[in-house]
Ligand binder design. Sequence first.
Ligand code: SF4
Length: 342
Amino acid sequence: MTRAATTPAAERPLLEVRRLAKHFPVRRGVLSRVSGWVRAVDDVSLSIAPGETLALVGESGSGKTTTGRCILRLLEPTAGEVRFDGVDLLALPPREMRRMRRQIQVIFQDPYSSLNPRMRIGTIVREPLDIHRIGSGRRERDEMVARLLQRVGLDPAMMRRYPHEFSGGQRQRIGVARALALRPRLIVADEPVSALDVSVQAQVINLLIDLQEEFHIAYLFIAHDLAVVERIADRVAVMYLGKLVEVAATAEMFKNPLHPYTKALLQAIPVPDPARAREREALRGDLPSPADPPPGCRFHTRCPVVIEVCRKVEPPLVEVTPGHWAACHLVPGPGGPDGRRG
Ligand code: SF4
């Protein structure tokens, strides 16, 4: 097997995902018979180096959140491998997986629904420390919580308040403090700024960048919008209907996108210049149902440059230039990941 599609060659990955798949049954009728399968994630390989940010980008329904949940083992994958620091997470018994979770934390999109409204902020942030019995006792853990709150830009005196007393941005900072409590090496951030105003988004992204520099955390940063990942991501993986369609270093992806879907996502980013705005071509149509994806290239029903072969033959993900991968019949490449064009 070749190295996962997104590993910088020189670094040993912290996270390595190989050929990950997650299929959900579609049930029909009074007997709930399985009438088909939704291939929410289909043969996805990616990896993240220590201290790196990989952004996973795609529309709602592309499978990016399901990928994140399979990595966290909040969902059991149908097939594939997830290795963290060389350890096969899918083979770990529950007890060892709980220990491993110290190193892999999550930040959710909606900080309000992910924070227990009946718990005080201090208790919410302290909970992971309590569960893993970090520190010598309650007092020491409370001191740790105070330092964490301060580090994410909140007044430690707010420890006794409840989530509803905070703004959306402050609540996301609380979510970040909780994720940070156990000093994780990887954080899966699932649309962490999507629910926030643009100005607040920038503040939270700056905080995540600062924390990464300080603690050498790796992020899998899941987003539906390419614009929000430009500052934070080292590399970007674009996903469409359960498949990766393009992977590249961020600057390269923005300067030289190869896949028509990536180009459409980039063109959808609002620009202040009206002359450029007129050039933009909107992404045509809706995302087809993942329960019944189009044959051949899954993007062919919306692709502005579709050719006949696209309707029948699925294009493989190939490394076009070092580190830049794309899955499109119109993209010339030196060969497939294993040296052959499929
Ligand atoms: Fe468009 Fe064909 Fe490329 Fe798919 S393979 S993105 S349909 S040109």
